[in-house]
Design a protein. Structure first.
Length: 261
């Protein structure tokens, strides 16, 4: 599998889903996905496009998707972690910030992610990374923030009552805060250098951040759990497993950890 395969999937997603951007999607749930969250029509449509395109590659693959769960193609092979619509709550209410995220892992752990692809379904902007070859935005090489100033800290808060108190010291030290509602895009913008730090104190699932993990690592950033521990050996799967902290560089990461402690 090559990055061009993922880009072709992204172009199909943008052609079929992006054309209806800025319009609220159907907000009635059609059930629950394998990861336990509600599934909306836009989630199912995006997943069908991605899985159908992967099947057409005719390669042995093991798909891990938020909606469908585990699905093997031709007996299984490389792990493909899919979040068909990251930010589906935004999508169904007409808030223009959501994406699709695909990551390819050679083994069963996060550290083995070798390809990452995130497409903004509103703009068509593409972020991708190849292990050892760098991170890119629409074909141009990107890098994380270089200095140690907290210009903008983005966060995700599935449980504000529990999450906000844990973050408040860190958030109070930044010039700006944002809670956009789509983890994969948040992480992509850390890689792009627009966001200094991203964190979510509630446990996240591997398909939520696997693509962002490689983007940030290849762009020069630091990625860990909120205690500063490496997540490279974390097993890939459907369960919520780890709270995450991503920063543009080592200095930003260390400053953030001190405030979180």
């Amino acid at each position: 599998m090559k990055i061009e395969d993922l880009r072709q999937i992204g172009q199909r997603l943008f052609a079929e889903i992006g054309k209806t951007r800025l319009k609220p999607f159907a907000s009635e749930s059609i059930g629950k996905g394998a990861a336990g969250d509600k599934t909306f029509p836009i989630d199912k449509k995006a997943e069908d496009i991605i899985i159908g395109s992967l099947e057409a590659l005719n390669e042995p693959l093991s798909i891990i998707s938020e909606e469908a769960g585990l699905k093997e193609i031709k007996g299984g092979g490389k792990k493909i972690l899919i979040d068909p619509i990251d930010g589906s709550k935004n999508a169904i209410t007409g808030i223009p910030f959501y994406c699709s995220s695909i990551a390819v892992a050679d083994k069963d752990n996060i550290g083995s992610v070798s390809l990452a692809y995130v497409i903004n379904l509103l703009t068509g902007d593409e972020f991708w990374a190849e292990k050892g070859k760098g991170a890119f935005f629409n074909g141009e090489r990107i890098h994380t923030q270089k200095d140690d100033v907290f210009y903008l800290i983005a966060y995700e808060s599935p449980s504000p009552k529990n999450d906000i108190p844990k973050m408040i010291r860190l958030l109070s030290e930044t010039r700006r805060t944002r809670c956009f509602g789509a983890t994969a895009l948040d992480l992509a913008y850390v890689a792009y250098g627009s966001v200094s730090v991203f964190l979510t104190p509630s446990p996240s699932r591997s398909f939520d951040f696997a693509g962002g993990y490689l983007l940030i690592k290849e762009a020069g950033g630091v990625f860990s759990d909120t205690d500063g521990k490496s997540i490279e050996n974390m097993e890939i799967g459907l369960k919520r497993s780890v709270p995450i902290l991503a920063a543009g560089n080592k200095q930003l990461h260390e400053k953030a950890l001190r405030l979180l402690r």
